[in-house]
Design a protein around this ligand. Sequence first.
Ligand code: MF3
Ligand code: CO
Length: 249
Amino acid sequence: MAIIKTDAQIELMKESGRIVAKTLRLVSEQIRPGISPLELDTMAEKLIREEGGTPSFLGYRGYPNATCIAVNEVVVHGIPSPEPLKEGDIITLDFGVYKNGWHADSAWTYPVGEISAEAKKLLNVTKESLMQGIAKAKPGNTTGDIGYTVQKYVESFGYGVVRELVGHGIGEVLHDDPHNVPNFGKPGTGTKLKVGMCICIEPMINQGTHKVITLKDGWTVVTSDNKLSAHFEHTIVITKNGPVILTKE
Ligand code: MF3
Ligand code: CO
């Protein structure tokens, strides 16, 4: 697929991104103890379709839902469960929207009611690592510059950077070139970033070890020590003036 998008194509991705951001906002307002991930998934799918979009993840490699919802030690690809959320949980909503032939993809981790100070810190540090990574998404820099920045920041807090799952290019397909946008690595390595490239930056950060396990359902990825994991993701475009976030309203 075309790795460099035209201005007109970026406008279309911006529309998909707007729907992702609006849906995230509306669904996240419903997060509370007692509601289930499956109910949030149903809500998200309805909102996406009302905006003329379709859920990017539904049917992707046979994935059964519109959203991936990761609770507590689940890192990513949690299949929305009917089990009610509890006070003190953390929950990641992760989904993409496809409209007019173009995808956008975002994820955000939210508290359920009051959460511990440690959990709050994990959320804040992971969100900040995404912002620091995005700041490196400038023409001439590389994917390694992004990964290095994210890793250095989160490891200074003793957190683990997931290695098995990485960010990615995005466009007419959910996973486009460049296929690997790691949250770890060395400056100057990887793919050189160019004006018009669209990528998803998505640090998945664990409270403890970086090691993860995939459960028998073939999807759910959990921390191998059962400690918490957080995940923040934006779709961005690289412009001559630096990164612009597409997954916002
Ligand atoms: N969350 C993944 C990403 O951001 C995509 C999920 S794949 C799916 O790239 F099959 F679970 F939908
Ligand atoms: Co993604």
